[in-house]
Design a protein around this ligand. Structure first.
Ligand SMILES: Nc1ncnc2c1ncn2[C@@H]1O[C@H](COP(=O)(O)OP(=O)(O)OP(=O)(O)O)[C@@H](O)[C@H]1O
Ligand SMILES: [Mg+2]
Length: 262
């Protein structure tokens, strides 16, 4: 159930690499049960923002409040996973020689570092696996070895492996890169469905995808918040057009279009 307030707020976050500020006093907030899209030119700091949320990178300055708890910028990566922060990487972290269902079974224990494969899944866990399989649309593929799945199916399996750990906030960096149009549509619907019970933050360059599935969009530029609001307002904002959406600007989107042609 969505509750009032923010699942995550980042206050004044600065990250410097050899004097270069990848994030520059950034303030960012996402509500409980919100699906938020994060866009901006290459090098804007989008991935760095995900990195300070997961703990991969520590900010030089700034505070992170997660689920009502301040000081989260000092937590270890694993403590953040346990607290409910889940991240999907671009290359799926799946076990290719296990079946789809076995991958989900293995993932159940990740959050609490329990080795679930060493014992039979309980009835409750079986139920979670079945629910997740149908949610990610892989019910018919449960017994297929994960290494044999298509690119899109592997991405959905990894989303399922995150989902089964029941994160409160799910972070995804360019989840539809390399997907066909149909796979992208299915992923958009899946993200909207996932965000009914948790918060989801999606970094994406594919503006066609963003237009179709986003409600609120945040635009980063040079490590700062450039603008934020409904997708219609953001895409007609002159500042966003100048730095990102204008002719020849959106290099990442060109990358996306090239993938889509495959
Ligand atoms: N580990 C690092 N060491 C040095 N510089 C880094 C490091 N990580 C990121 N940067 C720099 O910080 C800036 C922001 O990078 P970031 O990856 O967050 O951008 P991004 O918005 O995700 O871009 P893209 O759309 O290309 O993925 C870039 O200029 C990048 O080169
Ligand atoms: Mg990035």
């Amino acid at each position: 159930m969505a509750q009032a307030g923010s699942i995550l707020s980042v206050h004044g976050a600065t990250v410097s690499f050899d004097g270069f500020k990848a994030l520059d006093g950034l303030d960012f907030t996402i509500a409980y049960g919100e699906l938020r899209f994060l866009i901006g030119p290459n090098g804007a700091g989008k991935t760095t923002l995900l990195d300070i949320i997961t703990g991969k990178t520590r900010p030089d300055h700034g505070e992170i409040v997660f689920d009502g708890r301040p000081g989260a910028q000092r937590w270890t990566e694993h403590r953040r996973v346990r607290a409910g922060i889940g991240r999907k990487f671009q290359t799926p972290a799946i076990f290719p020689s296990l079946t789809v269902a076995e991958n989900l079974e293995a993932a159940i224990g990740f959050r609490d570092r329990v080795l679930t494969l060493l014992r039979a899944a309980s009835t409750a866990e079986r139920g979670m696996i079945d629910t997740t399989l149908s949610q990610i649309g892989l019910g018919q593929r449960a017994e297929v070895r994960a290494g044999l799945l298509s690119h899109g199916e592997k991405q959905w399996l990894e989303i399922g492996m995150l989902l089964i750990q029941q994160p409160k906030l799910m972070l995804l960096d360019e989840p539809v890169a390399g997907m066909t149009r149909r796979e992208r549509d299915r992923t958009g619907e899946l993200l909207q469905q996932i965000a009914q019970d948790r918060s989801v933050l999606v970094v994406e360059h594919d503006m066609d995808f963003v237009r179709r599935f986003a409600h609120t969009v945040t635009v980063l530029h040079t490590g700062k918040l450039l603008c934020e609001g409904p997708v219609e307002a953001v895409q007609s904002d002159p500042r966003v057009i100048e730095v990102y959406l204008g002719p020849g600007r959106n290099q990442g989107e060109k990358k996306g279009v090239a993938h889509a042609a495959n």
